[in-house]
Design a protein around this ligand. Structure first.
Ligand SMILES: [Zn+2]
Length: 305
């Protein structure tokens, strides 16, 4: 069984030890092979390859083109490289109507194309989106309030104040996501964030001073009032909406009565294995196909717990 989830598997070398070498970065930017992924206001640049079906793919940009549309001195973020092709990302959010100048693609939300993308391309887009979101949200030093500047090809921001110079690193916030089950039944919930009934696993953020297993038990207790016993790790998924890593678990319930947290959930209930297995036929709407939530559900239905 593969444990690689969608939005991971970028299939590049991140070249972390080389990011500080400004000469090497300049040389990589000058390479005719260099490819740039533009991000505009949380959206990725996508084109469609017509194969009878509309297949989304990355609409690459050349370094020269990206420089032309950049806001003053362009800030290219190195994603990594593979087969002598360096991959960069750039934020073009300052443009008002980018698509009128860039006809070869359109800016779309990653969730609008999501699972239809090639896995490696989906992972690169997720990486670019997450990194640029972090830059956009961290223009100032959290220690002294002065401005920060990107360094190391976009993998750190450094405070410009002489007596501070604090380094700030890209964040990815851990959240636990878990399928609660007991015997032949599992708990799924309809979250208030989804206007239409869509049933998914429970999830929540890890708090300071808490293990992942404790976070699973606390969140399940808070959201549905169920006590869980054994908690087993399944796999993880980068989740750039906007900057999380989802840590997936199967959690065995010790109690069965449900008391939902109404601020967060519309409904939560026990489903039996057949109900889930026949969801497509009965119109029961489950989590998105590319999400780790769906993976946890599908693997449980298949007995892979
Ligand atoms: Zn500072």
């Amino acid at each position: 069984m593969t444990r690689i989830n969608f939005y991971s598997g970028a299939d590049i070398n991140r070249a972390a030890p080389l990011r500080r070498d400004t000469g090497w970065i300049a040389e990589r930017l000058a390479s005719p092979n260099a490819r740039v992924l533009p991000v505009w206001r949380e959206k990725n640049f996508i084109s469609f390859l017509d194969k009878g079906d509309e297949v989304p793919q990355i609409a690459w940009m050349a370094v020269d083109t990206a420089t032309k549309f950049a806001n003053g001195d362009p800030s290219f973020l190195l994603l990594g490289e593979k087969d002598d092709i360096p991959y960069f990302a750039i934020d073009l959010s300052h443009l008002e109507e980018p698509e009128s100048s860039l006809p070869h693609g359109m800016f779309l939300g990653l969730r609008d194309v999501g699972g239809a993308l090639d896995q490696a391309e989906g992972a690169l887009l997720s990486y670019a989106k997450g990194l640029i979101h972090w830059h956009e949200r961290h223009p100032f030093c959290a220690r002294c309030g002065s401005a920060t500047e990107p360094r190391d090809a976009g993998h750190v921001r450094v405070c410009i104040k002489e007596d501070c110079k604090a380094s700030h690193f890209p964040r990815t916030d851990p959240a636990v996501i878990m399928l609660v089950y007991k015997g032949d039944r599992c708990v799924l919930a309809h979250n208030r964030r989804n206007p239409l009934p869509m049933y998914s696993t429970l999830a929540g953020f890890v708090e300071p001073g808490e293990s992942l297993e404790e976070a699973v038990a606390r969140e399940v207790q808070e959201e549905v009032g169920i006590t869980v016993g054994q908690v087993r790790y399944h796999s993880s998924q980068p989740w750039p909406f906007p900057g999380n890593i989802m840590l997936g678990f199967h959690a065995e319930a010790e109690t069965t009565d449900i008391a939902i947290e109404e601020a967060e959930l519309v409904e939560a209930r026990w489903f039996n294995r057949d109900e889930i297995a026949n969801a497509a036929q009965t119109g029961l709407k489950l989590s998105r196909s590319e999400s780790i939530s769906r993976r946890l559900i599908n693997d449980w239905v298949s007995g892979l717990v």
